[in-house]
Design a protein around this ligand. Structure first.
Ligand SMILES: *Cc1c(COP(=O)(O)O)cnc(C)c1O
Length: 347
């Protein structure tokens, strides 16, 4: 069976983690600081604070921005529930908008229509590794939290995503590009914003009481994150190579291969194609020993029983993610291409 995703762990990752275990300093310490500095400098942002997950990063970003009850936060429907959870944690109201049919990212036009006097922030996930329409969204004049959980290393007009908005968040969950098991990080050029996140993530030894969290990352997780991060360029290069084989092999076979607007670099966290009858396609692929998934399990407007997001519905009913990760062998990649062709052409 070719799994839909697989962690890529090499000897240096194991060495990096065992060094921390041998040191006896397991909780948040110097290795967490190193990861923060490394990510901030590589993305080109002034300050970083590591936390326990991408969800925690979103939650603390909203608090640090002052988003609370009565505030609205705009986000796309076509994304996982982590974002809407964070909005609900602070008691704010999610305003769910439709996506752009070309990029599967949030529609700048729909975002503009959703603005109100209560809009406190816009959460912009760069879906599947492709940067969203940042210029248009930033021009709306509302603080933007970039969600780079799927797009670390992607660029938009030559700048790395995560350096464009008010703040940005990252996830190091096991299936993400950089895997630490679990983990998250917030970046921002605003020192006080990041200082507040550092304060909120750790409850102990504070001069005065206020509501805080235990959202710290451990040095164990950070050591794995760091050793993975050192390999990011080659991890992205391998994903791009596989994407090129898929582009060549599947263009004209599936209804659509990924579209990448000019000026953006896709890092192919997911390779999403459009097919007719996704459920049957996934089942047919499984029969052939290849695990495919819907790239978003269920759109937010459906979970929340909100009125239609027609583009999201249309994409959701056709989009499927085929395996793409650096440890796929050449033979596996070609087997995937041949199997997709076979299944589509037999229809
Ligand atoms: C994975 C993911 C998150 C949540 O990250 P966790 O570390 O799992 O909490 C948030 N946003 C997007 C776009 C993601 O893909």
């Amino acid at each position: 069976m070719i799994a839909h995703s697989r962690v890529v762990l090499e000897e240096e990752d194991l060495v990096s983690v065992s060094e921390v275990l041998r040191s006896g300093q397991l909780a948040q310490g110097d290795v967490v600081s190193s990861l923060e500095k490394r990510l901030a400098s590589s993305i080109g942002v002034g300050h970083g604070a590591a936390v326990s997950s991408g969800t925690a990063a979103l939650h603390l970003s909203l608090i640090s921005l002052g988003v609370s009850q009565g505030s609205q936060v705009i986000l796309p429907s076509y994304v996982c529930t982590a974002l809407v959870n964070a909005i609900h944690y602070v008691g704010a109201t999610p305003v769910v908008v439709d996506i752009d049919p070309g990029t599967f990212n949030m529609s700048a036009e729909e975002t503009k229509k959703a603005l109100s006097d209560s809009t406190a922030a816009i959460m912009v996930p760069h879906m599947f590794g492709l940067p969203a329409d940042m210029d248009e969204i930033l021009s709306l004049g509302v603080p933007v939290i970039e969600d780079c959980a799927q797009a670390v290393g992607a660029t938009y007009n030559g700048k790395r995503v995560g350096s464009l908005g008010y703040a940005s968040i990252f996830s190091f969950y096991a299936t993400k590009l950089i895997c630490a098991g679990e983990g998250g990080l917030v970046l921002s050029d605003r020192a006080e914003f990041i200082e507040q996140i550092r304060d909120l993530r750790d409850y102990d030894e504070k001069a005065t009481y206020s509501l805080r969290y235990n959202y710290k990352m451990t040095d164990i997780h950070a050591s794995l994150g760091l050793s993975q991060f050192k390999k990011l360029p080659s991890l992205i290069r391998k994903r791009r190579e596989i994407a090129r084989v898929y582009d060549d092999g599947l263009g004209g076979v599936v209804k659509r291969t990924p579209f990448v607007p000019h000026g953006r670099e896709h890092i192919y966290y997911r390779y999403v194609v459009l097919v007719e009858d996704v459920s049957k396609f996934i089942e047919d692929m499984r029969q052939e020993g290849i695990e495919c998934r819907r790239p978003v399990f269920k759109p937010l407007h459906r979970y929340l029983n909100l009125p239609g997001c027609p583009v999201t519905d249309d994409v959701w009913s056709q989009a499927v993610s085929i395996p793409i990760y650096p440890s796929l062998s050449r033979d596996e990649v070609y087997r995937i291409v041949d199997t997709v062709k076979q299944i589509i052409q037999a229809r």
